[in-house]
Design a protein. Sequence first.
Lengths: 147, 147
Amino acid sequence: MTFSKDQSAGYLANHMARIFAQGLTARIKPLGLTTGTFPALLELWETDGLTQKQLTERLDIEQATMANTLARMERDGLIVRKKDANDGRAQRIWLTDSARNLRDPAIAAAQEENAMRLAGLTEDEKRQFIALIQKVIKTKPPGTARR
Amino acid sequence: MTFSKDQSAGYLANHMARIFAQGLTARIKPLGLTTGTFPALLELWETDGLTQKQLTERLDIEQATMANTLARMERDGLIVRKKDANDGRAQRIWLTDSARNLRDPAIAAAQEENAMRLAGLTEDEKRQFIALIQKVIKTKPPGTARR
DNA sequence: ACCACTTGCATAGCCCGCTATACAACTGAT
DNA sequence: ATCAGTTGTATAGCGGGCTATGCAAGTGGT
């Protein structure tokens, strides 16, 4: 029974993700941002005023994780949470001006990081790479529909 | 300036890594293992009695992270730490019997998880996928050698 | 109108990763 | 032999992910 971590998709995925995360962390630190806020910001830059529920659905993040992330974002002045008018449970998330102003530099930082990390691949390989990851993410384990 | 998270290598890498991690977590939970211990165990199953330093070098993990992981492993009865005979600073890490016995089921769990998540890929795609991730991991950002 | 159920969010507690810092043990140059 | 520098670990403190749990606000069936 042989097993090499450097042939294991799971191990490699984790390793690669840590590398990307460290790179992006360094690039957006000057902006006062951290990686965990990035996905939420991307959605909110697109459509402001989403509820927490909508954010978790769009990002495949657990509700509790999102609640914590939003709490940090509020603490850091990136968002404000306002009760929804029609549903007293829901909180709508609104970007502050400073968060809106961070959009362009933050996205530029992410694009630079991606470009640098993929610099060793040909254009064709880059496309394949993205497509393969998307395919893996979409692959649902059997039995998910049960119960 | 458009930016789609579903076309961003960094975002996809993170997402995929979380999926793998959740799957493996569930599979090895019955064994009393967690994902963070896995890389260390793989090295120790191969060569027992490594120092902490050697482990961090082999795994591209920060020293502090490894120290914490080893502390948990010791707490959970997977390893014992013994002072090196020749160097009073170094701690050699030795597997317990129970950790040795977990090797086969743990590796089987990882292989099953990998196989399931890659089930949507052809054999050729799997090879490409692994090779591309390895290539991205190996790509060093420019300027690393400076200073 | 009530009550059971569902839904949206917050909190507690843990694992795992990081940076920054401290400190004891070794090493080398003098 | 000493002392400055290096090296191996540990610790503090944080971000970010997860599960489990609790609770207030909505909803539907009677």
